[in-house]
Design a protein. Structure first.
Length: 404
């Protein structure tokens, strides 16, 4: 009995300690993340430094709006101007303008509805009860985007302050317009946010991870010890490539938006290297590379499934295929370096020696395909599909190979 009680006591202690341990681990991870971010800021340009710049710009816009409204204009209702300026320093100049229009409209609606409710009810509580539910429903209107909530908050602020006269409403709308003007101006004229780095980084990461997947598959095939579980790992890796493709598309979208309304002098203020932005053809090319890798891995997964008819080719043929995949993986890694270094157009990236080896391996695989054809359709189907995907990868990574 004593032993059982001791085990129960220890179990309770462990359960009590576990949440504390999880909190400590989370705090430690957060501290490490903050440290990494601080080092990244000091090391050079990057997302972390961009975040600091945007945060400081938002704070400066709010302070400037306060100085203009309260100190220089002497407006007693100056709170609205810094509030609006603060939230309108967005990730792009275009989004700042769009959000400014939406937010100003929402504020106007909120102020007018609140004033009408106060005039009808002549009571603060009843005015809130009449206006806020309507405005909360209206805030879901897609035209407002995520700025619809400002209609309701403006109504609460207007009614709670007890000043709902026509003059007071006019002051608030004027302050909102002033804050919007200052927020957009600061965002556009002070280091305008132009997102070009993310495209290059995501494209280079896609090329690097594609090379990693190819070299991993090549290593497992060369060792000859692979099964359905190994193939499942390859499938997970190829699925992550698709996630990287989606991230690249998102980064490209942000890049396009950040270049809107920032032409000429505004780009010069940021010294944005728009000429160095990788062309969209590169996105499509590596998207196709990821698709070919996914098809290749699915073929191997089917061959590894004992319940399926297709069977893998002989070990010697697979080792030859692994050497070809290894070279293609090296080519992807070379592409990574080229992209990070701001390299030139995608031509002549395979040196003559590497290309000669790849052609030799390709010929050996074609001979193996002819040999497999005499031993049954199951082996031929797998090797033929693998060879086709390798040829597709080769054609994407070395476009000049098509004409030689």
């Amino acid at each position: 009995m004593t032993r059982v009680r001791e085990e129960i006591r220890l179990g309770k202690t462990a359960r009590q300690v576990a949440p504390v341990s999880r909190v400590a681990d989370a705090a430690r991870r957060d501290a490490l993340a903050v440290g990494r971010a601080a080092r990244a800021v000091l090391e050079g340009p990057g997302r972390e430094r961009d975040l600091i710049v945007q945060s400081l710009k938002a704070a400066a816009a709010a302070l400037l709006a306060w100085l203009v409204a309260q100190v220089w204009l002497g407006d007693p209702m100056a709170l609205m101007a810094p509030w609006v300026a603060l939230v309108l320093v967005q990730a792009t100049v275009y989004s700042s303008l769009v959000q400014a229009a939406r937010q100003f409209t929402a504020i106007c609606v909120g102020a007018l509805v609140a004033s009408g409710a106060q005039a009808i009810t002549d009571d603060t509580t009843w005015a809130l009860a009449l206006s806020v539910p309507v405005l909360m429903l209206l805030s879901n209107w897609p035209r407002f985007g995520d700025q619809g909530i400002y209609a309701a908050t403006t109504a609460v602020f207007t009614i709670a302050s007890g000043t709902v006269s026509a003059v007071a409403v006019g002051h608030r709308l004027g302050q909102a317009a002033l804050g919007a003007l200052i927020g957009v101006a600061v965002n556009a004229l002070v280091l305008p946010p132009i997102h070009l780095r993310d495209v290059r980084e995501n494209l280079a990461a896609l090329a690097r991870e594609a090379g990693d997947v190819l070299r991993t598959v090549a290593g497992d095939l060369h060792e000859g010890e692979w099964d359905a579980q190994t193939a499942a790992g390859w499938l997970d890796a190829s699925a992550r490539l698709q996630g990287r493709v989606d991230a690249l598309r998102s980064a490209r979208g942000w890049s396009k938006e950040s270049l809107r309304l920032t032409s000429g002098a505004l780009r010069a203020l940021h010294r944005a290297p728009t000429a160095a932005l990788p062309p969209e053809d590169e996105d499509e090319r590596f998207g196709r590379v990821s698709g070919h890798i996914a098809a290749l891995v699915r073929t191997l997964a089917v061959a590894a499934d004992e319940d399926r008819t297709p069977t893998p080719p002989d070990a010697e043929v697979l080792r030859c295929y692994a050497e070809l995949l290894d070279l293609l993986g090296d080519t992807c890694h070379a592409e990574t370096e080229r992209l990070l270094d701001g390299g030139g157009p995608p031509d002549a990236r395979l040196d003559e020696r590497t290309e000669s080896v790849m052609r030799e391996l390709h010929e050996r695989l074609q001979e193996g395909l002819r040999e497999q054809a005499g031993r049954g359709a199951a082996r031929t189907a797998v090797l033929g599909t693998l060879l086709l995907q390798a040829e597709n990868l080769w054609a994407e990574l070395d476009p000049d190979a098509r004409g030689r």
